[in-house]
Design a protein around this ligand. Structure first.
Ligand code: NAD
Length: 279
């Protein structure tokens, strides 16, 4: 059993983000060569330099959009030339949009006078954006980068899901449904690739305070937690937000041969949120 990740090549999409930059660093600390793919070219180039300096292992920043197959194919050529064939893929690019977020948790009679904050005020443009980024943005990079793994009959793909994928969270209809689709696709692809030596799993992080959800969880002016933020903490048995570092053990487990017989699972890393009924 090969549990050593050293020398392997990992592609990480959304690598400039809070969660995936931490993933890139923990992989580099294990000696993994990292290809940091993001639309924010400047940020990933800078991160790659930092990683090379700190961990003394190859890292490159590559500009590409997970919604543009051609840009991903170009990225793959660069990655193959500079780092070698791809062993691991982490589909991390994802997120929500305020356009597909309702302003109220539950509709009540008084909302009938102004529907803007209810389901009826949500924009299809927002649904499209969120489904594209989270769902299509998982499928397209997999189509491009998994081929190397299929060729050598070895590899591991980790998708980044969310708590909202198991039971939807109020307000974020599109984001919840899109991450549920990611879970479903994770299982589908795990079965599809199961005889080809390529495993497909997902991590469902619990609540971390990041740029993507800050507008929902803290008051912009005062910095105090919103009512929603308080609810989250009260429903997380560990009574706190998680940190990106706390996802890393699960990531390393899913990539390495320690999980050689594990495929098609979605692992919650959530301080107990998904286990807790609130009572
Ligand atoms: P983030 O907003 O910090 O980072 C997202 C990154 O994706 C950014 O660097 C952005 O430039 C990049 N990106 C956006 N569109 C892209 C595209 N078309 N192509 C390539 N890159 C693109 O996000 P984060 O909070 O670190 O979240 C990372 C993943 O974790 C997402 O899939 C998110 O849905 C998921 N997640 C986050 C939380 C949380 O609490 N933050 C919880 C559960 C799941």
């Amino acid at each position: 059993m090969d549990t050593n990740l050293k020398g392997k090549v990992a592609v990480i999409t959304g690598a400039a983000g809070v969660i995936c930059s931490a993933m890139a660093k923990s992989l580099a600390a294990m000696g993994v060569k990292t290809a940091l793919v993001d639309i924010n070219a400047e940020a990933v180039e800078k991160l790659a330099q930092e990683i090379e300096k700190e961990f003394n292992v190859s890292s490159i920043g590559v500009a590409a959009s997970v919604l543009d197959k051609e840009s991903l194919q170009k990225a793959k050529k660069i990655i193959n030339n500079m780092l070698g064939s791809v062993d691991y893929l982490i589909n991390g690019a994802g997120g929500n949009s305020p356009l597909a977020t309702s302003g109220v948790d539950q509709m009540v009679d008084s909302d009938l006078e102004d529907l803007d904050e209810t389901f009826f005020g949500m924009k299809m443009e927002g649904f499209d954006k969120v489904f594209d980024l989270n769902f299509k943005g998982t499928i397209l990079p997999t189509m491009v980068f998994a081929m190397d793994m299929i060729d050598k009959k070895s590899g591991s793909i980790v998708n980044v899901s969310s708590m909202n994928s198991f039971r939807p969270l109020t307000r974020i209809a599109a984001y919840s449904a899109a991450k549920a689709a990611v879970n479903n696709f994770t299982q589908w692809l795990a079965v599809h690739f199961s005889k080809m030596g390529v495993r497909v799993n997902a991590i469902a992080p619990g609540f971390l305070l990041t740029n993507q959800n800050r507008f929902l969880l803290t008051d912009e002016e005062t910095g105090e937690p919103t009512a929603r933020g308080v609810k989250i903490i009260n429903n997380t048995p560990m009574e706190r937000y998680g940190t990106p570092d706390e996802l890393q053990g699960t990531l390393l487990y899913l990539l390495s041969d320690w999980s050689a017989f594990v495929t098609g699972v979605v692992i919650p890393v959530d301080g107990g949120f998904s286990a807790y009924s609130g009572v």
